[in-house]
Design a protein around this ligand. Structure first.
Ligand code: HPA
Length: 282
C-alpha cells in the first residue's frame, strides 16, 4: 500500500509522517536523543540496548513492509551508552524495490520523535587498498552515485530547506569524539569517503577503477539516502563502515556474498564496542 502512495515523488509528504508519529506517541512518551541505523554486522548491538519499548515495523503506519531478504525489522527504544536511543534493527534498501521515500521514511519519523543525532552503519567494499577486511572506517564524506535523490519532489518546509547545504554531512565533532573513544576502547578506526550505489549487482573492474579515481575509499548500497534526509532535517550525523571485501580492479577476485556477511558479522562486536563508547561522549 505505501509503495503506490510514494511512487510519484521521492518525498513522502507530511501526512504519513504525522500519522506514524501519532501512533508511536500514543504508545510511548519515550523521546530518543540519538537514532541508530544498524546495518549488516551491527545487528548484535541491539542486544546491548536496555529496551523500554519495541515496535515491529509491521505495526507502524506507513512503514515500508519488509521483504524476505530484509533484516528483521524492529524499532527498539531504550538506553545505550547512557543515552536515550532509538535503534532501527533492519533497514530498507533501494535495490529491494523501495522508493527513496520509503527507504528514508524511518529517519523522518525518528527525527519527529526527537532524535537530533543519527548514527548510520553499513558493510562496504574497500576501494582504498590500505584497508583490511574487517576494518572499521568512519565516513568523512560521500558521493551520491545512486542517480536519484530522496529530496526530489515538493519540499516540506517544516522539515527542512529546499536546497540543503552539504557542507558537512558527517559531523567533524562526532568523528573527533569517536576517534577519542576508539583510542580508549582500543578499537582502531580509519577514515574515508563513501560512494553510494543502487546495487544490487556489485561493481565491474572499470567501475571500481573510476570510483578510486574519483576519490572514493568505500563503496556500498545504503547510507547515502538516509544521510541526505538527516541533513535535510538538520541532524548531526556519524557514518561508520565495516570493510568486508577488497575492491582492487587489478587483482579482482570473484565476490562471495557469504564471505562478506561473515566478515561483517565477525567485525560486528568491535563496532558495537566502538559505537557504544562513542555515543557515551556525544
Ligand atoms: N560493492 C562492493 N563491495 C561491497 C559492497 C558494494 O556495494 N558492499 C559490501 N561490499
Amino acid at each position: 500500500m505505501p509503495m503506490k502512495r510514494f511512487q510519484k515523488t521521492q518525498a513522502p509528504g507530511m501526512e504519513p509522517i504525522t500519522k506514524c508519529l501519532a501512533y508511536v506517541l500514543k504508545k510511548t512518551s519515550f523521546k530518543p536523543e540519538i537514532a541508530l541505523i544498524l546495518g549488516t554486522g551491527l545487528g548484535n548491538l541491539a542486544k546491548r540496548i536496555k529496551a523500554e519499548k519495541v515496535f515491529s515495523y509491521d505495526e507502524l503506519p506507513f512503514f515500508p513492509k519488509t521483504t524476505v531478504q530484509s533484516h528483521s525489522g524492529k524499532l527498539i527504544l531504550g538506553e545505550l551508552g547512557g543515552k536515550k536511543i532509538a535503534a532501527m534493527e533492519g533497514r530498507f534498501h533501494f535495490y529491494e524495490g523501495y522508493s527513496l521515500a520509503e527507504v528514508t521514511f524511518p529517519v523522518r519519523v525518528l527525527r519527529g520523535m526527537g532524535a537530533k543525532t543519527l548514527v548510520v552503519s553499513n558493510a562496504a567494499g574497500g576501494l582504498n587498498l590500505s584497508y583490511k577486511k574487517g576494518e572499521i572506517v568512519l565516513i568523512t564524506d560521500h558521493i551520491n552515485f545512486m542517480g536519484v535523490n530522496p529530496l526530489v519532489g515538493p519540499n516540506e518546509d517544516p522539515l527542512g530547506p529546499r536546497f540543503p547545504d552539504m557542507y558537512e554531512p558527517y559531523s567533524k565533532r562526532l568523528i573527533d569524539l569517536t576517534l577519542k573513544a576508539s583510542g580508549e576502547v582500543k578499537v582502531p578506526a580509519a577514515q574515508g569517503i563513501y560512494i553510494g550505489v543502487t546495487g544490487p549487482c556489485l561493481e565491474t573492474r572499470a567501475e571500481y577503477r573510476m570510483m578510486r579515481r574519483w576519490g572514493a575509499d568505500l563503496v556500498g548500497m545504503s547510507t547515502v539516502p538516509e544521510v541526505i534526509v538527516g541533513v535535510h532535517m538538520g541532524m548531526e550525523i556519524l557514518g561508520v563502515s565495516i570493510v568486508t571485501d577488497t575492491c582492487d580492479p587489478d587483482h579482482l577476485e570473484p565476490c562471495n556474498i557469504q564471505e562478506i556477511i561473515k566478515t561483517a558479522n565477525e567485525a560486528g562486536p568491535k563496532l558495537d564496542k566502538l559505537v557504544t563508547a562513542a555515543i557515551r561522549k556525544f
